[in-house]
Design a protein around this ligand. Sequence first.
Ligand code: ATP
Ligand code: MG
Length: 290
Amino acid sequence: MLDAASSPFRVPFDGGFRVADAPTGPAADSPSKDECEDRLDELRDRLDDLQRVLYADDRFSLLLVFQAMDAAGKDGTIRAILSGVNPAGCQVRSFKQPSSEELDHDFLWRTVRQLPERGRIGVFNRSHYEEVLVVRVHPEYLTGQRLPDSGGEGFWQERYESIRDHEKHLARNGTVIVKFWLNVSREEQRLRFLSRLDKPEKHWKFSTGDVEERRHWDAYMRAYEEALAATSRPWAPWYAIPADDKRYMRMVTADVIVRTLESLPLRYPHLEGTERARFGEMRRILEADT
Ligand code: ATP
Ligand code: MG
């Protein structure tokens, strides 16, 4: 099997990423919708097996970061991929506007507190990347952060550097980081917002703020381009996943996750000889205990 590194959607590590080159929909020769669903079913089963050994092995944790424009399908993708995995082995954390307690700390603090334990899969639905995405598009949010120096020349470059260093530190200590940008087109987002207006059961998802935020689309794309180029590195790669077709997006994302886990040296722990030697004795005790 190919490893995740060979995915066409992996953002290069040399800073050369361009949003304009990143597809938002499947290529013409991509699998059909039915094929994507069948493949996703297989990948879900495989992920369930891999999660068991990740847990038993207990040396690595897997951190999956999801970032996207509104209505790109973060929630649905997370649900579709993790629905077969033992809930005790994974945790999903969502990050919205920071609280006053969170604003009283450095910008990595709130996500650090939610990192997955060894042996577990942690999913970040939005993440520390909001600090170089929404905050970059709306620099007025920095006022609330009360930083000693936020106007300097290299402010954003320093944030990227902090993120790279932080993620490298985590990777060295056993956190395997995989980051997904669900790349939806502006037109598809418009259609999804309209469908939210059409269907009463989707009204709760509709927010007038989301429509207003669309006006900043180009600024967001510039922020994504710079952030992904600056922070896709071998120890924490980004994948720019085409998001206009939901089934395809989910299948491709699950494929990257499975390949990443398959590339790890995971194994079930091997019991020491003395412990194993007692299995016969334990069997006799249990068989006699009727
Ligand atoms: P959905 O996609 O289902 O609407 P959501 O993740 O968009 O879910 P919302 O409550 O609609 O959830 O939005 C959360 C908002 O919080 C987003 O607009 C996001 O940009 C913003 N946000 C997240 N982190 C930060 C941050 N560090 N600073 C400022 N805003 C943030
Ligand atoms: Mg929202």
